[in-house]
Design a protein around this ligand. Sequence first.
Ligand SMILES: Cc1cc2nc3c(=O)[nH]c(=O)nc-3n(C[C@H](O)[C@H](O)[C@H](O)COP(=O)(O)O)c2cc1C
Length: 329
Amino acid sequence: MRTRFTEAFGVEHPVVQGGMMWVGRAELVAAVADAGALGFITALTQPTPEDLVREIARCREMTDKPFGINLTILPSITPPPYAEYRAAIIESGVKIVETAGSNPVDHLPFFKDAGIKVIHKCTSVRHALKAERVGVDAVSIDGFECAGHPGEDDVPGLVLIPAATRKLRIPVIASGGIADSRGLVAALALGADGVNMGTRFMCTVESPVAQRVKEQIVANSELDTKLIFRTLRNTARVAANAVSTEVVEIESRGAEFADIAHLVAGARGRTVFEEGDIDAGIWTSGQSQGLIDDIPTVAELVDRMISEAEEIITGRLNGIVAAKAGVRA
Ligand SMILES: Cc1cc2nc3c(=O)[nH]c(=O)nc-3n(C[C@H](O)[C@H](O)[C@H](O)COP(=O)(O)O)c2cc1C
């Protein structure tokens, strides 16, 4: 499958593994790269910029294929040293960056000067257009189904992606709710140049999260997510569990962040991923978990997505058009 995305970014398949806090580590990203897709190491999972440099080197030891770095820029009272992480990325010689969280305009000139291509991930057509205007090379657009931060507009991918592709000139990666070949074909039909997946890649053999978490994703249906931080206008879609249920309940009574801070601490979420205690804290997962019923290797996942997508296009869809032509004849 060749699209404007595969051509511009030099990857074999139009499939991306987006940044994932605690999950986007070298093991997963190298496996994604080897499978011919584009994976992103998550910069802020590394405690310091120096650790990020070491993680990039570790990934290079595992694969000779291209991969990128996700830099998530979220509002924070004590922001991480973004400029130092950015410098670490540039000095490491990585050539693709995924920005997310807020407008990447402050970082873009530095990446551009270093010859780095930037995919900006956002959740609305207006933010995608703004990113195009400031000069990013592609946008990833997350529909309401997605894991993590879907924004506050609540527009699902079936509307959001074509609303975006009819206005944007740069390549568009459809994100959120995609877990298999059907999602890939649908996204291409909506005008996208590729797909981005988080939850699906988290549930693979090489993903560095506890087996218990992967089994829970398989067990969960599309109904088993919660939207937390709605009342704070910083919505996040996470797996339904005892903690996210309690957060939503406290929010419904009119809470401030201080009232839920102890429940949503990042360290608790990390415990879920590392120890497999699925009720230890908040952990991110999307509605696409309802489409996930196995734990394949990354290569198995990517290979079957591509081969089944080709079958859908040349078989089922082609058959529908041929049948229509037959009726006419
Ligand atoms: C465990 C997890 C952690 C995530 N952390 C981040 C992050 O730190 N930065 C970011 O830009 N996106 C993050 N995301 C969002 C993904 O990159 C991607 O946009 C999203 O998962 C797409 O929706 P899907 O899960 O339905 O495929 C995370 C997703 C998951 C599942």
